[in-house]
Ligand binder design. Structure first.
Ligand code: HAM
Length: 429
């Protein structure tokens, strides 16, 4: 039965085609390299988790939980969610596997998908991939600085330029409520001028008032009192130390009193890294400290700090800035053959070459030799190895250097050695 439906990847998702893979491999390799430099170990968690891991009481009023999560029940009736972010799952794994019994802090990193029902646009998807780091079990400001430095080192190692770091502290359970009251009062007198969403934020999530993208609301937020003036002495000391160490390392940053982040769990330090792009200023890195999260999900009170970056946004910026990335190493040999007997010889030869670590694309021999060589050319092969009836009789093969189109005939048992050495350019032949 034929099917009339034309299938497409769901809205807000993309296929990562072979031509894109060299970007992905490069970014993933750099992430692993930089994590090794700082002693962060990889952790992979499932793409779905118990719904309530994300929909915690404290998370009420955040768009991520209320509007953007992919929620479903499995066949047993358990309520699950595709993870909208990776920090809560990492904390869940930390508690579940008793990592608090090991020497602290625990340094972890991840590379994996996150799912958010957002309005898709350039650099914003419903499935995106994050690289992130989390350092758990130590409240020192040095760790805040470590994760910021790691993120910057990663972006610079990729060759990204013109980055700016925005920094703020949103206080702790002790001092934040006082500031929230001050903020509410600031907005109360102006409630006629703010957007509908902000009127709801005034009640449910006042800190997010500072983050509104509406023009009028932005102007009001600019005039809002600064949280840095309301920090308790401990939060203030922590914030000053983070800034001192960043200056010590020569990492430029700008303080931004409106930076509050979209997730509920942050305490003290919050930061973002923005690329200098025309138009929309989307953060490529977002992170901060979350000293209450592990307790909220059932662990003992445990501090944590980390960041995540969207790989799609990184790749977008690499392309926009024209950064060259290394090509992925592909097979070098195209094996062409004509006729039944040569095909049998070619099958054995392909196996022998691959056993020796030489990448081979085998032709099935069903096309003309000309078509086979055209394919070899379009696949950018260094060599074509050609086997016809005559070569089978003589126990040889023709080797064509695809860059210069020079060719020579070699005994089959000399092929491995010849093809293992770098190709000769036509000038060198
Ligand atoms: P986030 O700011 O929501 O933070 O996301 C981190 C990064 O993921 C963003 O800076 C952006 O590069 C990328 N990103 C987010 N949403 C999308 C999207 N819809 N499409 C493409 N890229 C996106 C978090 O997720 C926190 N868990 C970060 C963190 C780790 N905080 C502490 N530890």
């Amino acid at each position: 039965m034929s099917c009339d439906k034309v299938y497409k990847a769901p809205r807000g998702t993309v296929d990562i085609l072979p031509a894109e893979q060299s970007y992905w491999a490069h970014v993933q390799r750099k992430a692993a390299d930089v994590c090794r430099l700082y002693g962060y170990e990889r952790l992979d968690t499932p793409v779905f988790e118990d719904y309530s891991l994300f929909a915690r009481a404290d998370a009420e009023g955040t768009d991520l939980v209320e509007k953007e999560m992919y929620v479903f029940e499995d066949r047993s009736g358990q309520k699950l969610a595709l993870r909208p972010e990776n920090t809560a799952p990492v904390c869940r794994a930390y508690v579940e596997h008793g990592m608090f019994n090991l020497a602290q802090p625990i340094r972890l990193y991840y590379l994996g998908a996150a799912f958010r029902y957002e309005r898709p646009q350039a650099g914003r998807y419903r499935q995106h991939n994050q690289f992130g780091c989390e350092a758990l079990g130590d409240a020192s400001p040095s760790l805040d600085v470590e994760v910021i430095e790691l993120a910057i080192r990663f972006l610079e190692a990729l060759g990204l330029k013109r980055l700016s770091v925005l920094l703020n502290s949103i206080g702790c359970r002790e001092c934040q409520p006082e500031y929230v009251e001050v903020l509410r009062n600031h907005y109360k007198a102006l409630s006629e001028r703010v957007c509908d969403d902000c009127r709801i934020r005034m009640v449910r999530n006042p800190l997010r008032l500072l983050d509104c993208k509406e023009k009028e609301c932005r102007a009001i937020a600019d005039e809002a009192p600064h949280i840095s003036d309301y920090l308790c002495p401990e939060c203030n000391e922590h914030f000053q130390e983070v800034q001192d160490q960043l200056r010590l390392l020569g990492i430029p940053f700008a303080l931004n009193h409106k930076l509050v982040r979209g997730l509920d769990y942050y305490t003290r330090t919050v930061f973002e890294v923005l690329p200098e792009r025309e138009g929309g200023q989307s953060a490529i890195v977002g992170g901060g400290r979350y000293d209450g999260l592990i307790e909220q999900i059932g662990g003992k009170p445990t501090p944590g700090v980390g960041f995540a970056t969207g790989m799609e946004r990184i790749i977008l910026n690499l392309k926009e800035q024209g950064v060259e990335i290394p090509e992925m190493e592909g097979p070098t040999v195209y094996l062409a053959c004509m006729g039944q007997l040569p095909r049998h010889t070619a099958v054995g030869l392909a196996r022998q070459l691959r056993d020796a670590g030489i990448g081979v694309v085998s032709s099935t021999g069903s096309k003309s030799l000309k078509a086979q060589l055209r394919q070899s050319n379009s696949l950018n092969m260094k060599y074509s190895v050609i086997i016809g009836e005559n070569e089978v009789q003589a126990g040889t093969a023709i080797v064509r250097d695809m860059s210069g189109n020079e060719q020579l005939t070699l005994p089959l048992d000399e092929l491995v050695e010849y093809l293992s050495t770098p190709p000769r350019t036509s000038a060198a032949m």
